[in-house]
Design a protein around this ligand. Structure first.
Ligand code: SF4
Length: 132
């Protein structure tokens, strides 16, 4: 896990682990390196998030759930149309129709692919929800 803080407001931070499954992985990396976030080595009280980035096939579901279970208390973010609904592959039999069929999702990031600023907004909302 790596902790990131908002460049514009370092009091907002989030710890991120990525479940990197398809092209959304590259988009997530672009968001993390867009300049809107800075890596912080210690401190920070924001939430921890597992980002499901990419196409989830039925065969991958057990491994994804195992990864989630290995970080107890960590929130799940569905990043992109594939993770949320199967995206452009929604009618392909081996593709799952949304990770929220298997685990509670705390934040959805729309798009195919999502824009970096949509990821930043989701982080802000998760941090705000945690504070309230
Ligand atoms: S949502 Fe689009 S960009 Fe993301 S993994 Fe699916 S096809 Fe690729």
């Amino acid at each position: 896990m790596t902790r990131y803080a908002l460049t514009s407001d370092p009091s907002v931070s989030v710890e991120v682990v990525s479940a990197s499954l398809a092209c959304c992985t590259l988009e997530l990396q672009a968001a993390l390196n867009s300049g809107a976030l800075i890596q912080v080595s210690e401190g920070g009280t924001g939430p921890s998030v597992i980002v499901i980035a990419g196409t989830v096939t039925d065969a991958l579901v057990p491994s994804v759930l195992e990864l989630i279970d290995s970080y107890p208390g960590t929130k799940v973010m569905s990043f992109g149309a594939c993770a949320t609904s199967g995206g452009p592959y929604w009618d392909s039999p081996p593709v799952s129709k949304g990770i929220d069929q298997f685990v509670e999702v705390a934040a959805y990031v729309a798009g195919c692919p999502p824009r970096p600023d949509a990821f930043i907004q989701a982080i802000q909302e998760l941090s705000l929800n945690r504070a309230s």
